[in-house]
Design a protein around this ligand. Structure first.
Ligand code: GDP
Ligand code: ZN
Length: 372
């Protein structure tokens, strides 16, 4: 037991003074005896596991939550701090979600037909992390455009990105790949590691501070689970990685989860972090490609399309090697994708509004016919 008769100090789980103030604000004059702060450490559909002063407790969302839901973004996800109505007998109730300091979102395409998605929506899969580890393996799977996409997502999320290049033991020399990664963004650290030999693992420690939260991004097979196990020490043994019995020996985490490493750092690993489809990433693109967008202001024409125009700073930079064709291609691809997702989303919203207004009018009309 800790001080004040508490079992768990939520500060160890990243709960800051500012979060406490936000918590108090959300209580809104209700009896503080009934409500406590907590952090979601696991979510599966609408069932949650929350860490709070009483330890880990099962929780559900209170019914009225659904009624008040406007945008999907306040639906609780792993990493969220919440107002919890504690129930020692059964499931506690999640009453409200505290404002997020960071969040990882991707686009979710719904209802495919004839190769086209009928709907797009934002899917938030983790919240309130400090660092974003972008994992990429150094061997044949090394893919710089994929890393550029993860970088944009990381920049958009509000976390601090770190490139982690894995499996150093499988390559003779990793300087070329490391240099390529460094070129993506000057201020982003690049750390090369091997979970097998332990090479470079120590260099991650500045980012694995007590009560700081890290998310791991990377496609399947990059070595996320191996690195997690390497970093975890004893505690992770409780973390159940369900091994899928395919010959590749890959494992997937079936629930979203947040857990503590030996160092006291917190890690979030959810299935959503293996896929990447950028959601509203305009800001992230601007941050990840700051050097590219800087060039735009130097073009002679303000509406330059950077294709054939005289005095185009992009073409000049491509010519003299300040901008790599790869980087330019990545920038264009991501911008195009973002425009598509956002237009699609705006279009669908409009359509939904239209249908709502029709429904409203029909109701009014119906009422009128009932009266007359
Ligand atoms: P995940 O899908 O990202 O969780 O990747 P895993 O951790 O399951 O690793 C995928 C494969 O790569 C497994 O066969 C691992 O044994 C292997 N692997 C992971 N890290 C390393 C490493 O540092 N060196 C080598 N040689 N293999 C690794
Ligand atoms: Zn131009």
């Amino acid at each position: 037991m800790l001080n004040n008769g508490k079992f768990v100090d939520l500060k160890d789980y990243g709960f800051l003074q500012t979060d406490f103030l936000a918590f108090e604000a959300l209580l809104n004059n209700r009896d503080p005896k009934n409500f406590i702060p907590g952090r979601i450490i696991e979510s599966r559909r609408e069932r949650y596991k929350v860490i709070c002063e009483y330890g880990e407790v099962p929780a559900e969302i209170k019914g009225s939550f659904f009624n008040n839901l406007k945008e999907g973004d306040l639906f609780p996800v792993t990493g969220d701090f919440v107002v919890l109505k504690h129930n020692s007998q059964g499931a506690s109730l999640i009453d409200a979600v505290l404002p997020r300091r960071s969040r990882f979102s991707r686009v979710d395409f719904l209802g495919h037909s004839e190769g086209y998605a009928k709907n797009v929506r934002e899917q938030v899969s983790a919240a309130n992390f400090d660092y974003v580890f972008i994992l990429s393996s150094l061997n044949n799977d090394f893919n710089i455009s994929r890393m550029a996409r993860y970088l944009t997502a990381a920049m958009q999320s509000g976390g601090f990105p770190v490139f982690v290049l894995t499996k150093t033991d499988l390559v003779e020399d990793f300087n070329v790949q490391a240099a390529e990664a460094r070129k993506l963004a000057r201020e982003v650290p690049v750390i090369c590691v091997s979970s097998k030999t332990g090479f470079g693992i120590e260099e991650l420690s500045p980012f694995l501070e007590p009560a700081k939260t890290v998310i791991f991004l990377g496609s399947s097979g990059v070595g996320k689970s191996s690195l997690l196990n390497r970093l975890a020490g004893e505690e992770i043994m409780e973390v159940k990685f369900i091994r899928e019995d395919d010959s590749k020996g890959r494992h997937t985490t079936t629930f979203r989860q947040l857990f503590r490493l030996e160092s006291g750092a917190l890690v979030i690993d959810t299935p959503g972090m293996r896929e990447i489809g950028l959601w509203d990433s305009k800001e992230g693109i601007s941050l990840a490609f700051a050097e590219v967008e800087e060039l735009f202001s130097q073009c002679r024409f303000s509406d330059c399309s950077h294709q054939t125009e005289p005095g185009c700073a992009v073409l000049a930079a491509l010519e003299d090697g300040r901008l790599s064709p790869e980087q330019w291609k990545n920038y264009k691809a991501q911008s195009r994708e973002n425009a598509f997702v956002m237009n699609h989303s705006a279009y669908l919203k409009q359509k939904q509004e239209f249908h709502k207004s029709i429904a409203r009018n029909n109701k009014i009309r119906q009422k009128r016919t009932e009266i007359y």
